[in-house]
Design a protein around this ligand. Sequence first.
Ligand code: AHR
Length: 333
Amino acid sequence: MLFTAGCGEYSEKTVQPEIEEEAKDLIVVGFSQVGAESDWRKANTESMLETFTEENGYELIFEDAQQKQQNQITSIRTFIQREVDYIVVAPVMEDGWDTVLTEAKDAGIPVIVVDRQVAVEDKSLFTCWVGSDFELESRKVCEWLRSYCEVKEIEPDTVGIVNIQGTLGSSAQLGRSKGLREAVGRNGWNLIAEASGEYTQAKGREATARLLRQYDDINVVYCENDNEAFGAIEAIEATGKRVGNDIDKGQIMVISFDGVSEEAINDAKAGKISCIGECNPLHGPRVDKIIKDLENGVTPDKYEYVDEDIFSAVRDVRTVTVDDTDYDIVLLQ
Ligand code: AHR
């Protein structure tokens, strides 16, 4: 490519326009990411950065919103001004998107929502969404707890749960809290308290420590992600109590979501996290496929849910059934 075809002679003049031509062909994607609050989020960012490269035909404008919706709104307005080809957003929370997404629609820029959802009345404000069924994740995990208690003959009214919630108003929090509350009602457990840990280890530790000081009948800490679980384990151990499955023998059980980091899987193998509802962060290739489809005139599904597993090292429960579907537990060794 560095030589003029036919004459075998190097020419700067012929090289320059080709480079400019190539640069023009790149698909420009503006991606507004939630932040870097968790191991899940870091893995998700990595998946996006690895996918949206120049070699793959993209120019990526990456913006970290530091968990603030207002930063995302500002980024989206900048993407519109820069006339990007696609806007991709992983929204911090569900509400509050109508105005800025109307601006994107008016500018004719397709918006792909990834991970968490946006709650807008007019669904034409976004092209499509891909991510997890957070409520299903929760229902599977809660069914695991119900089966475990049944096998161990633990009376439902002796189960005392605190919920360390994620960022309030995010789809992951809403789905995981809803699944838990419904299971509590169905199974006759006690939901002692709920407090947000904002998906971080530090806040998860703080919230758990505060609740442990307030209540002495907690035997299950349901954390809405693994980083909160790491904090919860630290808080429980700092009180001199033991973390583990044997809630009928005075241990405190920790349950969580994600299963992305080695630390979480090792904690599960060591019995410190009893059950993890998988949340898959590898959305880069999924969004790439959506964009390729749109480029080829193919309409993607409006909602694309990702298949996810459930992990545990506890051998007493092998399968859970939710809405007539059986999910085998991935048994960690
Ligand atoms: O929206 C996905 C959730 O956000 C993950 O479970 C959590 O770890 C992250 O911060």
